[in-house]
Design a protein around this ligand. Structure first.
Ligand code: HEC
Ligand code: HEC
Length: 480
């Protein structure tokens, strides 16, 4: 069992069938988990929301129409390629479910291993996507509160759900249809979430009334790596370009499906105060393995000299700088992929800030509707949030520190294993995509940095360090 305040979620990865005794134990674990997680809340930080309630709402309350039912989930294996399909067919139900979770990058709910934290499952067996789909992952097989889900294979899951529904004559839901118009994520672990938001906001006025808008056929599609939620408390404005005002209403954008009208948003507002309290309460997780103290000390000095001006003082080490500057670095200086930056117009940024979502939020920083580039995020808990950069194009911190050695193509193995030496995902590095047609599921396991929106270039600042300096900074980054 974890110590109180330890932000790990307990692992339930053995895939054993859930009998009554095990169910009781898991229920006890869930209560202890919520209590332990709530114990990380900082008094006074949370406004009048209750963090524990916020986490429970995320885990148990559906805010969107259901995506599929249990029967569809339990038949997904029928769409898989061989030999996986035969293995699944021969396996007991619990093992088959575990295989499905692994394939789609889902994390078992500590309270019930047959469910995933990514979807709320109701008493009728209906599965509904939640914020945790993209915002609750695992590291080295363990769920850590607020760690982004770097394994989520939304596009593959949606395609296979659609196939099963068509085969079993079940009605298609909003995702099954939406994904025919908008790509959901071309690489596992990343999603086209920003464009979902843009497309949904097009059909609303400032008070969130549904308004007619002509269909828009071309969008600046691009995949993003969700940021760690434990940064929320340190941010004053949100997103990769720090344009959005911070507040509980802004958190609700993802719920803009046509079924949810303005009245529904108002009715759920209180829930999202609790959700915001959960986000505010999260602490960066501590590196669980030994470090070399001498290297760390050397790395600290180099960080203070070369990194702190943009990334500020880590939560755990305020000795290296004053606070967190939330500095936005112009695109030509940072040199990372420009597609996300160009995807939003000043008018779109302004219309979010001026809508119901922005009302009551903290006053946006002047000029934030026209940011110059990307924000330097806090580096708290950075060891746990691979892959790196806003588009998730760099698999480890070792590669982040060595711009010239970043792979052109890298491949993950299903739910990626953790690389303690290079700090990040265990990946295979390739000079290019394998020749010949790749099945879509396999193609999505490859991150191809030559594709639009997927460049791993830029952020060359670490090159002021020599090889030994980079080794020392890597060691220091583990401790943040
Ligand atoms: C389909 C994946 C997905 C889902 C579902 C999702 N998010 Fe996100 N979220 C993202 C991505 C990607 C970003 C980064 C966007 C950017 O920076 O432009 C993000 C950014 C954020 C941020 C800003 C964090 C920061 O440091 O800037 C917050 C807060 C957040 N999401 C909360 C939520 C909440 C609350 C929900 C549920 C109502 C939710 N998200 C649902 C993918 C998702
Ligand atoms: C001039 C400002 C600046 C300096 C100096 C700088 N960075 Fe950054 N850093 C950024 C920005 C901006 C980003 C986000 C870029 C993006 O996502 O496209 C970033 C991203 C990162 C990331 C990835 C964060 C994530 O969550 O994916 C790491 C790690 C990082 N920097 C480490 C360092 C280290 C170590 C140094 C010092 C050797 C350093 N940075 C120096 C501005 C800076």
């Amino acid at each position: 069992m974890n110590e109180p305040g330890d932000p790990r979620l307990p692992s339930t990865h053995d895939g054993a069938p859930v009998g009554p005794a095990r169910r009781a134990r898991l229920a006890a674990v869930a209560v202890a988990l919520a209590t332990a997680l709530a114990a990380t809340a900082v008094a006074g930080d949370a406004g009048h929301g209750d963090p524990q309630r916020g986490f429970e709402l995320l885990r148990t309350k559906a805010y969107l129409p259901a995506d599929f039912d249990q029967e569809v989930f339990d038949r997904l294996w029928t769409t898989w390629e061989e030999p996986l399909r035969s293995r699944a067919e021969a396996a007991p139900l619990a093992e088959r479910r575990r295989m499905a979770m692994e394939r789609y990058g889902l994390v078992a709910d500590p309270a019930d291993a047959s469910r995933s934290l990514q979807y709320v499952v109701d008493d009728r067996g209906l599965w509904t996507m939640s914020c945790l789909a993209c915002h609750q992952g695992q590291v080295d097989g363990r769920a850590i509160a607020g760690v982004p889900n770097s394994d989520y294979a939304l596009e593959t899951l949606t395609e296979e759900v659609r196939q099963v529904k068509i085969a079993t004559r079940k009605p298609l839901a909003h995702m099954d249809l939406g994904s025919l118009l908008i790509p959901l994520g071309t690489t596992a672990g990343t999603t086209n979430a920003v464009v979902f938001g843009v497309a949904l906001m097009r059909h609303r006025d400032a008070d969130l009334n549904v308004v007619p808008a002509p269909p828009q056929l071309s969008y600046p599609h691009h995949d993003m790596d969700a940021p760690a939620w434990w940064h929320y408390r340190r941010r004053r404005q949100l997103y990769a370009d720090a344009f959005a005002p911070k507040g509980h209403r802004v958190l609700m954008q993802f719920l803009l499906v046509k079924e949810n009208g303005p009245g529904q948003f108002a009715a759920w507002e209180e829930d999202y105060r609790h959700v915001e309290a959960w986000l505010e309460s999260l602490e960066p997780p501590a590196w669980p393995w030994p470090v070399d103290a001498g290297l760390v000390a050397r790395g600290r000095g180099l960080y203070a000299a070369h990194c702190a001006e943009c990334h500020g003082a880590p939560s755990r080490d305020r000795s290296v700088a004053d606070g967190y500057p939330e500095r936005v670095v112009p695109l030509d200086e940072i040199g990372t992929d420009p597609v996300r930056f160009a995807a939003l117009s000043a008018e779109q940024r302004r219309s979010l800030a001026g809508s119901w979502f922005g009302r009551g939020a903290a006053e946006p920083r002047p000029g934030s509707d026209m940011p110059a580039g990307y924000v330097a995020p806090p580096l708290d808990g950075i060891w746990a949030s691979a892959p790196y950069l806003h588009n998730g194009s760099v698999p480890t911190l070792w590669h982040l520190l060595r711009p010239a050695a970043r792979p052109v193509v890298w491949r993950r193995d299903g739910q990626a294993r953790y690389d303690r030496d290079r700090v990040g995902l265990v990946v295979e590095e390739l000079p290019a995509l394998p020749a010949g047609p790749l099945p879509a599921v396999e193609r999505r396991r490859h991150f191809d940095t030559t594709r639009p929106g997927k460049s791993a270039a830029g952020h060359d600042f670490p090159d002021v360090l020599d090889e030994e300096g980079k080794t020392a900074v890597l060691e220091y980054l583990k401790t943040l």
